[in-house]
Design a protein around this ligand. Sequence first.
Ligand SMILES: O=C(O)CCC(=O)C(=O)O
Ligand SMILES: [Fe+2]
Length: 390
Amino acid sequence: MWEGKREHPRLILHNFITPEECKELEFIHKSCSTVGYRPNVFSTTLSHLIATNSPHLLIPFVSIRERLKEKMEETFGCEYELFIEFTGLISWCRGASIGWHSDDNRQYLKQRDFSAVCYLNSYGKDFKGGLFRFQSGEPATIPPSAGDVIMYTADDRNIHSVDEVTDGERLTLAMWFTRDSSHDEDSNLISRLSQCASPEFPLPLPASANMYWFCPHQHANLNTGFDICVARLHLLGFDVHSLPEEDRSLDASEQLMGLVQLAKGGELLARKFTNVLHALQVVQFCHWKASELKTSKVGSDAVEEVKAMSRPQLETINALNAVFLPDEGLVTTTFGYLCSNGEEKDSLNLTDASSAIASWEEYTCKLLKELLSSLPQWETYQTLHKVESG
Ligand SMILES: O=C(O)CCC(=O)C(=O)O
Ligand SMILES: [Fe+2]
């Protein structure tokens, strides 16, 4: 069944994830990611999605997880034995790498039996460096390609590494599988969903006031970094304007948790977003769906007003950037792809972002409806699975 020998139980699958699924997961990651578990790594776990009041974003993972688990059990001959231990979108930015290791190499990781790494973007096209390598056995080197999956045992028969990423953002869906039901991710997620899932429209909520990422390898007293949301918006050419709060005593980090507006090229969009995460989700949605949204141009009455910025508004933006984005260059070197000449910056304007709001709301409602109708069955069977509607 496996391509390699028995000493190195592993399987490479090509195009297991569709291009549309890759794009949707990329949208989720770019609108929700937080600081990851290694230097220059950013992650979006399923529990983080629940914590940021975006539980509906679990839905796009459901059928992918199900298919991967089935394939894993079939490949390694352990039908109905496995539980998913961890699911996360992980991006490896410039400077990120990992040396030789097996995935169960810590006492607290011993429950891990199998690993699956799904590539959501491609070596050469989206990033440089970042080759996956097995220390022994074939294949030895794997250049990530969108849609491909590597499955392998988590023990020392599959010691592997990832070369340093030298440009761009390398995106994966990483999953671990276990035979130990006490490490079942699903039952944990379901109990959290049962506590929080309300039929109300979910407006994203930053999980904590601090989404600030510190750049490693800097001299300790020269610490620089950025707020992840502000940085991601900046990469698409948008600035954030916060609205004056009644309570002026709020410290800087709180300003992104309240009402914000989007600005670009000296103009400001009248529409107010609940917080920076809300603005980011809409903008990333707009980026994901850009070609569709442009062809189906919504009536101009739906387009919100774009006005020239006043001087105090410009000053507010500059003050926010000084705190949350002190080093603009760091954003491009971390999240950008230098080969692409920063064309992403000019791809969207304020009117595009404004007309994407309705479609983003529609998308969110559709997923929420599916979540709410699936949850009773998930609770009964204690697994996240595709529930046929109607
Ligand atoms: O991203 C990859 O290709 C593998 C990552 C990895 O080895 C790990 O996170 O343990
Ligand atoms: Fe690994």
